[in-house]
Design a protein around this ligand. Structure first.
Ligand code: NAD
Ligand code: MG
Length: 297
């Protein structure tokens, strides 16, 4: 069995997926995705980089967040997972993988577009973990709308509530608990630089997340809390089949990258591990692009 440290060709490390047209109601489940995603459950090998850390990860039930949760556990962290109540089956699966890896997992279902939940989530995670020194703001919603005229104010507001207001709220509640050495990593997107015309609300929130990351990084540097971001390109996750892409676009998803294929969630995990690990001590306000080679600023 190869792992993420095996010398291998990135073009062929994973097959180029050609997902059949499919649809799931938002938020979508990894469990029902065709083909299945690779979240590293069979391949991610820890090397002790997050020994004893206490991490809260939002959107940790599926896709990128699930891959990050598995990697954090294998690197030695206990993990609190936030997700929507409808995602219980995916969350239970990740919890059992974490426990089988010898770490503790705590589940906190709830809606991050609700301000009160954001505050409660942090309090509950701190109580369960016995503190907090790593936060990954990864939850997000992405709903494609073909025509600008059809982008409703409701959708605009809900996307902002979920994708960026929640990051402010969760971070604001978390920072008072975080000792020097702690880290925050935010999931942004290539959409921050190259907005698709059918993702105007989503792409705008991702640009805001990049900017917030650079500003907050400076604000917290003297406290010894480092803030960074990861900007994924096209990654095969449930986000894409719950209206994240026009259905007709699914079979071609990610094939226009220089690597010629969509990424798998587990390929994102090492970027989050690096930015959370003490080894990145001089990296602050940075956004790591993990996108198969598309040039980004
Ligand atoms: P995903 O659907 O597996 O994960 C998104 C998660 O966000 C969901 O599992 C859900 O738990 C959470 N979420 C959404 N709305 C929520 C709410 N109101 N309250 C609580 N949780 C909520 O998809 P993913 O692709 O792994 O997405 C993870 C992050 O990566 C997102 O921020 C997304 O914008 C970003 N991203 C993904 C891609 C990609 O191609 N998949 C590309 C760039 C950025
Ligand atoms: Mg999910």
């Amino acid at each position: 069995m190869t792992d993420q440290l095996t010398f291998q060709n990135p073009v062929t490390r994973f097959p180029s997926v050609t997902p059949p047209k499919q649809h799931q109601p938002e938020p979508g489940l990894d469990r029902d995705l065709e083909p299945q995603t690779d979240r590293g459950q069979h391949s991610y090998r820890g090397t002790g980089r997050l020994e004893g850390r206490k991490a809260l990860i939002t959107g940790a039930d599926s896709g990128i967040g699930a891959a990050v949760a598995i990697a954090f556990a294998r690197e030695g962290a206990d993990v609190a997972l936030s997700y929507l109540p409808d995602e219980e089956p995916d969350a239970q699966e990740i919890k059992s993988i974490i426990e089988a890896s010898g770490r503790r997992a705590f589940l906190f279902p709830g809606d991050l577009s609700d301000s009160a939940f954001c505050t409660q989530l942090v309090a509950d995670a701190v109580a369960a973990l016995g503190g907090l020194d790593a936060l990954v703001n990864n939850a997000g919603r992405q709903i494609a709308v073909e025509r600008f005229e059809d982008l409703s104010e409701d959708q605009w507001a809900h996307t902002f509530e979920t994708n960026i207001h929640a990051i402010y709220r969760v971070s604001h509640a978390a920072v008072p608990h975080m000792p020097a050495g702690s880290t925050i990593v935010n999931s942004t997107s290539i959409q921050a630089y190259q907005p698709s015309p059918h993702l105007l609300d989503y792409a705008s929130t991702k640009a805001a997340i990049n900017n917030f990351t650079k500003g907050l990084g400076q604000a917290l540097a003297q406290q010894g809390i480092r803030v960074n971001g990861v900007a994924p390109g096209p990654i095969w996750t449930p986000l894409q089949v719950s209206d994240g892409q026009p259905k007709d676009a699914l079979p071609e998803f990610g094939k226009d990258t220089p690597l010629g294929r969509a990424g798998q969630p587990t390929e994102l995990a090492p970027a989050y591990v690096f930015l959370t690990s003490p080894e990145s001590s001089y990296v602050i306000g940075e956004t790591l692009n993990v996108n198969g080679g598309t040039p980004s600023p």
